[in-house]
Write a protein that binds this ligand. Sequence first.
Ligand code: SF4
Length: 610
Amino acid sequence: MLNQTLKDYVVSRVLPHVQSPAQYLGGELNMVRKSHDEVTGRLCLAFPDTYTVGMSHHGLQVLYTLMNERTTWACERAFTPLLDMEAQLRQQAVPLYSLETFTPLVQFDVLGFTLQYEISYSNLLTMLDLGGIALHSIDRTLEQPLVIAGGPCAQNPEPLAPFVDVFVTGDGEPSLPRICETWLELKRGALSLGKTLSPAAARELRRELLVELARRLPFAYVPSLYEASYADDGQFLGLEPLYVGVPETIEPSVIDDLDALPLPTRPIVPYVECVHDRISIEIMRGCPWQCRFCQSTVIKRPLRIREVETIVSAALETYRNTGFDEISLLSLSTSDYPYFEQLIRRMQEVFQPLGVRIQLPSLRVNEQLRSMAALMGEDRRGLTLAPEVARDDMREQIRKKIKNEDLYEGCRQSFRHGWKQVKLYFLCGLPGERGVDLDGIVDMAETIARIGKEENGQYAKVTASVSNFVPKAHTPYQWNAIETREYFAEAHKRLWKRRLIKAVNIKCHEVETTMLEGLLSRGDRRSAEILELAWRRGARLDTWYEHIDTQRYWTAAADLNIDLHTVLHKSYELSDRLPWDHLNVRKGRTYLEKEQQRAVVQLAAMAEAV
Ligand code: SF4
């Protein structure tokens, strides 16, 4: 049921004072609003970033549809407000609410965060606080929602351990309904006892329910039920469960049949312009390749695909329900989809006459790239490729199995078909990186620009987007350290200096943001203390370059006497316990160890060869 009183107040007293008020109103096309009196459970999906970013996230639409298909659950949405809205909510003591029914977040049974990138963590704290929910899991009573979190960043949950009740890794589709139903059942059982409890007893009862939840669901990690230990020198030693029956390691949740999983064919259509305004269809989950730096391939195992006709008919139905004029075919490596050509031909056949464009995210460089330009016909916006590194020997080291000659030939074919722009993604700071690898980035971008000139008489516009490498949890490089600020600064300078062709643009990622990403992706529970202190001192919307102030984190770390060098720049021994070791991935640590050892051998050979 709509909380009309709160809505009226917000519309008349709050929104006149903020920019872009439409993002705080809900009521979009295809939004689902259910009466809370007619359901048993209420879930709010919380995206720790602003509306325009969160509404572009495909996973949110998937889970929203999935949960609202259950007649017994109402699933709603909330996003991080911009600074002016946050100030108004605080000034006027209005709680952060869901967009469907204007229900304060604290009144939901479950609040589910999706963690897509680490630098959004301060937004999670803002949302809990504005929603009227205790920041720390251990301070919550049964009246407060169960705060759960999933998504790629849940692979190292420790920097958020005090704030989240339950983390889930793996596929959200099977785990979200189970966790919601289990919690509701446990909570109802406890409340039916009808006891009036003191706040301390209510917190203790909630803890007992969390223990039971952890015992029942092998994919549920409840951090408050584990104790972390450290050596005298501060080294992380491991986590121990505090209760019998609470698992020592957590298994990811996995769906076997992706094709059987219905696609969200009635996604919400925002009224305000979002980062992506288009239909997204996930065509494949997982990746057949095993690049050593890549976390996605490890955590999205095994490889699962949707059938061509499932994709085409879902895309058509979604088009009819939304009117979008662009369709993005999502997967980690779209051109590795086994029926790629057949799919693109079918999509073009159906959607070209309707004036709907097909968009392919980053393409893998393989033989399909050569034919892709012809397949895409008139649709010739930029080509996006991720060579990651510029030299074939380095690419072998990172196990990205593509060759420069295929990349150049793919670009040539595209230019022949009238394409004029290429975006390339590179990594800087990979283990064993040499000067020639950095130079190669510029040389590759310029070679492609020249191929454009050979084919079309004009240099192709090439953007080389260079990210600073952060070794992520559950990858073969997880034992490696992040390069230092000085290293990245020098590397970026070298890249900019080498560029000769103006049509080539070298874009290097902000080093300080990389360091924050490192702190929040590789840290243990001490990173949570830094995060909380920085947030209390004003860290907000770190995902926005206008607002990020990493100095708050570095000052907080210094004040807490936490050594950042160890978190960021110290490499681990294979025998060390890592802060995320209690979360299992398919294939497991043994595979990662072997790959790390192979990488070390290859690196030594490479260093000798140059
Ligand atoms: S091809 Fe892309 S998604 Fe697949 S393993 Fe390599 S980097 Fe990861």
